[in-house]
Design a protein around this ligand. Structure first.
Ligand code: ATP
Length: 297
């Protein structure tokens, strides 16, 4: 099956501000695809463009292998900003209005209320809902008409821990039903917990995209020390499988290529054979947080 969404070289300027620069990636069917980046990196702009709320300054995108159209948009449920629900109407009445505006889902209201667990409170006024319930009603509104693709901008923003856990669980459940979900988040932890794929944006540029387990893999590295670091550095330069060699806090950090990590004993022997006696040798794990910080500087 072709990609659900293909983004090709999308660029966006707001006047002289470049919010996106030639961003390209594909969203495979059935994925939970996280667009991850710090504030101001262009996530909302990108979602606005693919939902046709904003026009791109350059580049193209296609939904379901076709140029975007009203027909393709009908297959997508979106939550870009909190919808304007009527405070004095019930949750259910608000969904009736949303279904009429969207032109879909008028027979689907009891189902979506059930999915977001608001059936018991469907007759309560929107103004009496907690923040978490308001967000759930907004998600229910996206689900009207059972679209196969969902696009959420920062779906857990402003929620308390219970609301966050509930929303993440709901996203996982929707994914299990086979829906493709695209969500923007500035939280690495969120992407790690719910996403199968990720695209990392920084200042409007795509840094990496792909399977979460590949892009955000935990990296092991080895920290070495010796009385003469220059001599150690020279010796290590010849070691096989080394991807990166860095000076840090009076030690040398060695990062190996994927699957090339050597046993500490082997490294010790290698150094000794090259005339270096180590006074420090330790295997460390780089946290995803620090990798993300490093990627996004
Ligand atoms: P956040 O998480 O803070 O919403 P974001 O990653 O979604 O950030 P965008 O909101 O897309 O990022 O913003 C990307 C860049 O474009 C930022 O520099 C922002 O200031 C700028 N920008 C966004 N909207 C406008 C606008 N309407 N006019 C001018 N500049 C804008």
């Amino acid at each position: 099956m072709s990609n659900i969404l293909s983004i090709n070289s999308i660029t966006k300027f707001y006047g002289s501000i470049r919010a996106l620069h030639e961003v390209s990636f594909d969203v495979p069917p059935g994925s939970v695809f996280g667009v991850l980046g710090p504030n101001g990196s262009g996530k909302t702009t990108l979602l606005g463009i693919i939902m046709d709320v904003l026009s791109a300054s350059g580049g193209t995108y296609s939904w379901f292998g076709e140029p975007p159209s009203e027909r393709s948009r009908q297959k997508i449920g979106t939550l870009l900003e909190t919808p304007n629900f009527y405070h004095y109407l019930s949750g259910e009445k608000n969904l009736h209005i949303a279904a009429a505006i969207k032109g879909r889902g008028k027979d689907d209201i009891s189902r979506v209320l059930e999915v977001v667990k608001l059936t018991e409170r469907k007759d309560s006024r929107f103004s009496t809902y907690s923040l978490g319930m308001k967000q759930r009603l907004a998600i229910a509104s996206c689900l009207l008409g059972n679209p196969s693709v969902l696009v959420f901008d920062e779906p857990t923003n402003g929620l308390d821990p219970v609301g966050i856990a509930y929303t993440r669980e709901l996203i996982r459940d929707l994914a299990k039903e086979g829906k493709t979900i695209i969500l923007a988040s500035h939280l690495l932890d969120e992407v790690e917990k719910v996403c199968t794929h990720v695209a990392i944006l920084q200042k409007g540029q795509l840094l990496m995209a792909g399977d979460v387990n590949v892009v955000l893999t935990n990296e092991d590295f080895v920290e070495l020390g010796a009385p003469n670091l220059d001599q150690l550095r020279t010796a290590l330069a010849g070691l096989r499988g080394v991807r990166q060699l860095k000076d840090l806090n009076g030690y040398i950090q060695l990062v190996f290529e994927k699957d090339a990590l050597m046993e500490l004993g082997e490294i010790n022997k290698y150094c000794f054979d090259h005339g270096v006696v180590l006074n420090h040798l330790q295997l460390r794990k780089k946290s995803l947080e620090s990798k993300f910080m490093e990627l996004t500087n």
